[in-house]
Write a protein that binds this ligand. Structure first.
Ligand code: SF4
Ligand code: SF4
Length: 218
C-alpha cells in the first residue's frame, strides 16, 4: 500500500497552474533583482557622497552662505524613488518646511538625497581646484548620481516620476547598466593620481557622463 502510494505518479499541474508558478517565480526573481539594484544604488550614493565630502569639507566648514534649500530637499518627499531609497536608512533628523532636511550639523539624509544636491558645484570649490583636469573630474563626480536615473521613462529622470505605478514601468536593467557605468567612472576618479595618471581623455567611462572639454581632449 505504502509502495503503491510512493510509486503513484504525481498529479500533474494544469497548464494554467504551471504558468502561474512560472509567473510567481519570475516576480520573486524580479523583486530580488530590484532590491539588489536599489541596495547597489544606496552603496554607490554613499561612496560618491563621501568622495564629494572629502573635497568640499574644507570649503564648506567655514562658509557663511548656505546653498541647501528646502525646495531642493522636498524632492526626497515627493519622489517615490527617493522615498524608497531613504526609507531603508533612518534619517538623523526630521524634515521641516522651514529647513527641509538641513540641521545645524548638515544634511540629515545619508541616502536618497535629490540628485541636484550632488550636481551643484559652487564656484568656491571649483575655483580652488589646481588644474583643468581636476575641475573636469569633480564635475564628472558630481554628475554620477544624477547620471544613473536619466531618461528612465521617456525623457524623464527617475526622480521626476511622481506616480508609484509609473515607477513600475522603468527598465531597471537599463538603470543597472547606468549604475555600472557610473561605478566605472568613480573608479577612474578615485584612481587619479595627477600628472602620474593617464590623461582623462583616455577614459570613455568619464566622457560617457560628461563629454571631455576640448582643451583636455588634445
Ligand atoms: S558648497 Fe559652496 S556655497 Fe555651499 S556650503 Fe559649501 S562652500 Fe558654501
Ligand atoms: S543636501 Fe540635504 S539639506 Fe541640502 S538641499 Fe539636499 S537634501 Fe536638502
Amino acid at each position: 500500500m505504502l509502495l503503491a502510494r510512493i510509486t503513484q505518479p504525481k498529479r500533474r499541474e494544469s497548464p494554467v497552474g504551471q504558468l502561474l508558478s512560472e509567473v510567481r517565480l519570475k516576480l520573486d526573481d524580479m523583486a530580488t533583482y530590484l532590491s539588489k539594484i536599489l541596495k547597489s544604488y544606496t552603496d554607490f550614493e554613499i561612496a560618491v557622497r563621501e568622495q564629494i565630502a572629502d573635497i568640499c569639507a574644507p570649503h564648506c566648514a567655514g562658509c557663511q552662505g548656505v546653498c541647501c534649500r528646502p525646495e531642493f530637499c522636498r524632492e526626497n518627499i515627493d519622489s517615490p524613488f527617493l522615498n524608497r531609497i531613504s526609507a531603508k536608512t533612518q534619517p538623523d533628523g526630521a524634515f521641516s518646511e522651514e529647513h527641509g532636511w538641513l540641521a545645524p550639523t548638515g544634511c540629515v539624509l545619508s541616502v536618497g538625497r535629490p540628485p541636484v544636491c550632488y550636481q551643484f558645484n559652487c564656484n568656491k570649490i571649483i575655483d580652488g581646484l589646481p588644474t583643468a583636469q581636476h575641475r573636469y573630474l569633480v564635475k564628472v563626480l558630481s554628475n554620477l548620481v544624477p547620471y544613473i536615473g536619466k531618461r528612465s521613462l521617456g525623457t524623464r529622470h527617475i526622480v521626476e516620476i511622481m506616480d508609484p505605478d509609473q515607477l513600475k514601468k522603468v527598465s531597471f536593467t537599463r538603470f543597472g547598466r547606468r549604475l555600472n557605468e557610473a561605478r566605472e567612472a568613480l573608479h577612474v576618479i578615485q584612481s587619479y593620481k595627477g600628472p602620474y595618471s593617464s590623461k582623462v581623455s583616455s577614459h570613455a567611462a568619464l566622457s560617457r557622463v560628461i563629454p571631455i572639454p576640448r582643451p583636455l581632449a588634445q
